[in-house]
Design a protein around this ligand. Structure first.
Ligand SMILES: [Zn+2]
Length: 552
């Protein structure tokens, strides 16, 4: 006889699943139920009834999902995993107003250690303790009864079927109400734990496998570049494209923002060689959508539906004989630079611009001359295109994106849990990061001006950012429901006098186009033009510079 008898008889596996479903459907979906309760149309006894009904529908559907996916051998680990996923996605939904969709799942998969550490905070640890660790310990310690495989299969599938019937019957009774709620508030469907995660991960996994099996389709096989300029490889044009990170148009001084976040760029604009485009929309609301999309010839619509794998702008430039280089101060180029020379600059040894082993964007400019000299001379003699991928205003640790000496707006939010800071402190830290981008771009122009050859700088941010407007933080909202703060991005072009003269470009013509609506779709075609590449994939109607060359 054991000294301590078990506190209770072992659970039937299906009964334990029901307990898990109850937790997930109620506490595990706390952000969903609060978001629903706060909707303007939810008031009075009708709202209580709708809410109760939806809780029951989610409970029944969760039971169905669990009964199909979770079998006794994985019962304990699967439960722990679901508790952890649910607690963390609840935390991010409640704190930042994000939702969990396939692009958010890709985002999580591609997040590196540094970015993950930037998200760690006390509120997150408390949520994980209460939502995953404590219930997880309870869950792990529960004794489970052994049930024959065939009998269990019957019982578990029976429970799942019951869940299905209950969910369908409940929805049937108030289909109109629920349908109109979901239609009017599309983000709600991405808030249902754990279905949002299961769906998103499934979509990403299927998408990756099917895309990975596709052969890479060549692009611009007819591309021709300029002829080599004599014997001096450093006499040919040098074009720098800076891909910005998380810079939103709303806070860009050049676009009319109330604070002076771009003093040095404004000075360059005053000299007449810089044009700022004030109405530019991004392809996606996150890096892993926007970056490949802006280098693709497909444009936003085509890129979203693409099932094929295509070469990109950099492949076309390289095929036309130019030297191409990608410097990355962020978490990688999302596949865009795979076939061209590329260098990670995040951990270089420049003590002044790489404090604590994490480099500011200027490290790219420091490293640039050395990397340029390594490119093949016969290519450089035709021209060079360099992409610098910034760390920019990557959040939530905005305060890390500018050096102490350049901080202009104080105090800054230094918590990784943004919602703990007053909104002004978040704006201060974010605006300082834009001031640093202004500094970085102006330094780059200054360096280009010192080169004895035709040069140009293009700058385009990958997506915007929410800084607390409408309760939203960060970025990554599904595009259809994303606010303008996340989709309107700054873009500018600085063209040196020698390049303007070589190409007979009229800057007044470009300035006249500065307020028109442009988007990431225009980068591919415009950069081909700037680099003097002739190919049938160049579409003049999408090239911002087309018609801006005066007849020679
Ligand atoms: Zn980004």
């Amino acid at each position: 006889m054991p000294l301590t008898a078990p506190l209770r008889a072992p659970w039937h596996p299906t009964a334990l699943l029901l307990v898990l479903a109850l937790w997930l459907a109620t506490l595990g979906n706390f952000p969903l139920w609060t978001a629903l309760w706060r909707l303007p149309e939810m008031h009075g006894p009708q709202a209580v009834a709708t809410l109760g009904l939806l809780v029951l529908v989610v409970l029944a559907a969760t039971l169905l999902l669990l009964s199909l996916l979770v079998w006794p051998r994985w019962l304990k680990p699967a439960g722990l995993l679901l508790l952890t996923i649910t607690a963390s996605s609840s935390y991010f939904m409640a704190s930042y107003g994000i939702v969990i969709d396939p692009t958010m799942a890709t985002n999580v998969v591609q997040t590196d250690m540094g970015e993950a550490l930037d998200l760690l905070s006390w509120p997150l640890l408390v949520t994980l303790t209460l939502g995953a660790a404590l219930p997880g310990i309870w869950w792990w310690r529960q004794p489970v009864r052994a049930v024959g495989a065939v009998r269990l299969a019957g019982q578990q599938l029976g429970a799942g079927l019951l869940g299905l019937l209950v969910a369908v019957a409940l929805l049937w009774t108030s289909f109109q109400d629920v349908a109109s709620l979901m239609r009017n508030h599309k983000q709600l469907r991405y808030m249902v734990n754990p279905f949002n995660t299961v769906y998103a991960v499934g979509r990403v996994a299927v998408g990756r496998t099917t895309q990975a099996q596709k052969p890479l389709r060549p692009l611009g096989e007819d591309a021709r570049g300029p002829a080599a300029t004599g014997t001096d490889p450093d006499g040919a044009p040098l074009i720098v494209l800076v891909v910005g990170e998380t810079a939103r148009a709303a806070n860009f001084g050049l676009g009319g923002y109330g604070r002076d976040t771009t003093p040095r760029l404004q000075a360059l604009q005053g000299q007449g060689d810089l044009v700022y485009f004030s109405n530019v929309s991004s392809c996606g609301t996150n890096t892993q959508t926007s970056v490949p999309c802006m280098f693709s010839h497909l444009g936003r619509d085509g890129y979203a539906d693409a099932s094929e794998r295509h070469e990109n702008l950099l492949d076309v430039l390289q095929r036309a004989g130019l030297a191409v280089l990608w410097l990355d101060n962020q978490s990688g180029c999302k596949g865009v630079c795979e076939r061209v020379p590329n260098v990670d600059t995040r951990a270089l040894d420049f003590p002044d611009v790489c404090p604590d082993g994490q480099c500011l964007d200027e490290a790219m400019l420091r490293q640039l001359p050395q990397e340029l000299s390594k490119l093949p001379a016969e290519r450089r003699a035709r021209g060079t295109v360099v992409v610098m991928h910034q760390m920019g205003s990557h959040g939530p640790a905005y305060y890390k994106r500018s050096p102490q000496a350049l901080k202009r707006f104080l105090p800054e939010c230094t918590s990784h849990a943004l919602q703990e800071c007053p909104v002004e402190h978040i704006q201060n830290a974010y605006d300082n990061s834009l001031r640093y981008t202004d500094h970085f771009l102006a330094e780059t122009v200054q360096w280009l001006q010192a080169q004895k050859r035709p040069t140009a700088l293009l700058y385009l941010s990958d997506h915007g950012e929410s800084l607390g407007e409408k309760g939203l933080y960060l970025h990554g909202m599904p595009y259809r429901m994303a606010p303008k703060e996340q989709t309107q991005v700054p873009m500018l072009a600085w063209i040196s006098k020698p390049l303007q003269q070589d190409r007979h470009w009229d800057m007044a013509c470009l300035r006249a186009k500065a307020g028109q609506p442009w988007s990431h779709d225009n980068l591919f075609h415009t950069l081909l033009d700037v680099a003097s590449i002739h190919t049938q994939v160049h579409v003049p109607a999408l090239d911002i510079l087309s018609d801006c060359a005066r007849p020679a």
